[in-house]
Design a protein around this ligand. Structure first.
Ligand code: F2R
Ligand code: MG
Ligand code: MG
Ligand code: MG
Length: 314
């Protein structure tokens, strides 16, 4: 049964947060270490580490993107920077560059020069892609605008072309998944590849059609850089489109940047399958304090309402 569009919005935001919280237990681990504890993806989903799923910077920054879209109807850089600064909790485990830039924003310093120079050519970390999913929902009817807005959402922290394009591809994956009734894997991957400017993304996206075993998804990387994690997340979703649990567990079992690759894969899966596809015990385990599960679900509903009202205008 096709999920309602509101369920897809909620599934995207909560699908990202749950996967981030689960994946965070394994960030930086080698795949062999995870395989010693969990023999299969099902085992990981059925017996997650005990206790609360505490989310990381991935979800914290996605919240800032969603809040900006709700407040402004589009990505407005000053609003986005204000939200990132207000929501900033260093203990959520931010990237090195992101931390320095958000602290500069908080102090009213020139964060743009920092973003351009902290890493040579700007950052190509996966931090712009990990937070971009709400942009994919908001502009799901207009791929050109989606691509442009995803780019704007990257700019405060990620100015390297690979960092920006990673966010654009991920946003488009969320937008396309939120439209699909029955996913055609090859059409989905080729449509994404057709939009890519760089072969760094276009090439592996086309090769992702040939993945026949979960471990083969690892060929696309498990790193903290956008060009070694965004296609991995998309490929994990495309390999098991009908299971949220398998999508995020297969991503986590690759090791490395597990919170982020799972978060990106979980967002796409939630957009396709809706919130009902997220296993109840994982959803119930997601932290629920100030900006936790309840708040994220409310944000999804508000984002859906803003999206609906813009559809009526256009
Ligand atoms: N930071 C982490 N994880 C590491 C430690 C977590 C641990 N659990 C702990 O608590 O200590 N995770 C988060 O960071 C990633 C997103 O990072 P973002 O926002 O892209 O940050 P940054 O610093 O801009 O880029 C990340 C790294 O990529 C490399 N890099 C980027 N641009 C580069 C360039 N032009 N040249 C060379 N290297 C470049 C650098 O190593 C950056 O530090 C997510 O995983 C999130 O979960
Ligand atoms: Mg539904
Ligand atoms: Mg993180
Ligand atoms: Mg990470």
């Amino acid at each position: 049964q096709t999920p309602s569009l509101e369920s897809r919005f909620t599934g995207t935001l909560l699908g990202l947060a749950v996967a981030d919280g689960l994946g965070a237990n394994f960030e930086g681990h080698a795949p062999e270490r995870i395989a010693k504890r969990y023999r299969t993806a099902d085992e990981l989903i059925d017996n997650p580490p005990p206790g609360e799923l505490w989310y990381t910077d991935d979800t914290q920054m996605m919240i800032g993107v969603a809040e900006t879209l709700i407040e402004r109807g589009e990505i407005d850089e000053p609003t986005l920077c204000r939200r990132f600064a207000e929501n900033y909790l260093p203990q959520r485990g931010y990237g090195r560059g992101a931390r320095v830039i958000i602290e500069a924003i908080q102090l009213g310093h020139d964060y743009r020069s920092l973003a351009a120079s902290y890493f040579p050519g700007g950052s190509f970390g996966n931090g712009a892609a990990m937070r971009v999913a709400p942009v994919g929902l908001m502009f799901r009817d207009d791929p050109e605008r989606l691509w442009q807005q995803a780019g704007v959402s990257a700019m405060p922290t990620h100015t390297h072309p690979l960092g920006i394009e990673g966010a654009q591809v991920l946003a488009l994956a969320v937008g396309l998944a939120s439209q699909a009734d029955t996913l055609d894997r090859d059409v989905f991957l080729n449509t994404l590849a057709d939009h890519c400017v760089s072969l760094e993304y276009g090439g592996p996206l086309r090769r992702a059609s040939d993945v026949h075993r979960a471990v083969d998804i690892g060929q696309f990387g498990n790193g903290i850089e956008a060009n070694s994690s965004v296609v991995t997340a998309i490929a994990s979703f495309a390999f098991t489109p009908d299971s949220y649990g398998a999508t995020i567990a297969n991503a986590i079992m690759l090791g490395g940047d597990t919170d982020t690759i799972a978060a990106m894969a979980g967002a796409i899966s939630g957009a396709y399958l809706g919130v009902e596809a997220i296993p109840r015990h994982l959803l119930d385990a997601l932290e629920d304090r100030r900006q936790g599960r309840t708040y994220i679900a409310e944000l999804a509903t508000k984002l859906y309402e803003v999206y609906q009202s813009q559809c009526k205008v256009n």
